[in-house]
Design a binder for this molecule. Structure first.
Ligand code: PGA
Length: 253
């Protein structure tokens, strides 16, 4: 059975003290809950990864990085390698977030390199993709998503897919307060699972967790998560408040 996942992307928010407070609140808040077959992941900014990871180590909460560099090591001032993430005990990294694509020029080809490097170093990849508003309006959204996935991931061996989580995040819904409807999310997730089925077969596609992201909140999470092909969420804004994030974890039970 594929895992359900609720992942919080803290983006460039929360200094060290605030990150520790939020992490502690999550650990405490989730202690009493039985989170069966559900993974809870948080993704603080690089400088707070090690502290937060230590703090949550005895809890259900896992920690993922928001990005990493494609090279193994070398003269890349200001960058962070997969090995460095592993060395502080991390097992997962988010790659391909639309903000990385838009503001930092990350292309499908670059992301293919990053994915390979992450997997080579034993990191699970939470791979993000999604169409912009013009693509949705022109009915191009399925093609855009298909090319983002195939360009970055379709050279992978079948065995690599155990370490991949997909996150469909329509760009028009990220941080805008506008959410895809549950029906729109399900339609796209079913399409994505179909793409993976065609390329890698039904068992890999059925085991793959596909998350929805984009203005997911306590008020709409339950409906979105109720859809057959939606296996959880990648949460931005609503992951910054423990009570909201825990309510979203509750919504998936
Ligand atoms: P949002 O962000 O929940 O604030 O829309 C989602 C994301 O960027 O992953």
């Amino acid at each position: 059975m594929r895992s359900k996942i609720v992942a919080g992307n803290w983006k460039m928010n929360k200094d060290l003290a605030a990150s520790k407070i939020l992490a502690n609140e999550l650990v405490e808040g989730l202690k009493e809950r039985s989170v069966e077959n559900t993974r809870v992941i948080v993704s603080p900014t690089f400088v707070n990864l090690a502290s937060v990871n230590e703090l949550v180590s005895a809890s259900v909460v896992e920690v993922a990085a928001q990005n990493m560099h494609q090279a193994k090591s070398g003269a890349y001032t200001g960058e962070i390698s997969a090995e460095m993430l592993r060395s502080i005990g991390l097992n997962s990294v988010i790659l391909g977030h639309s903000e990385r694509r838009e503001y930092f020029g990350e292309t499908d080809a670059l992301l293919a390199e990053k994915v390979n490097t992450a997997l080579e170093h034993g990191l699970e990849v939470i791979f993000c993709f999604g169409e912009v508003l013009e693509d949705r309006k022109s009915g191009n959204h399925f093609d855009v998503v298909a090319s983002q996935i195939s360009n970055a991931l379709f050279t992978l061996d079948a065995s690599a897919w155990k370490h991949i989580v997909l996150a469909y995040e329509p760009v028009w819904a990220i941080g805008t307060g506008e959410t895809a409807t549950a029906a729109q999310a399900q339609e796209m997730h079913a399409y994505i699972r179909g793409l993976i089925t065609d390329k890698y077969g039904v068992s890999i596609a059925q085991e793959l967790s596909i998350l929805y992201g984009g203005s997911c909140k306590p008020g709409n999470a339950k409906e979105i998560f109720s859809k057959e092909d939606v296996d959880g969420g990648l949460i931005g804004g609503a992951s910054l408040q423990a009570s909201d994030f825990i309510a979203i974890v509750d919504a998936i039970q």
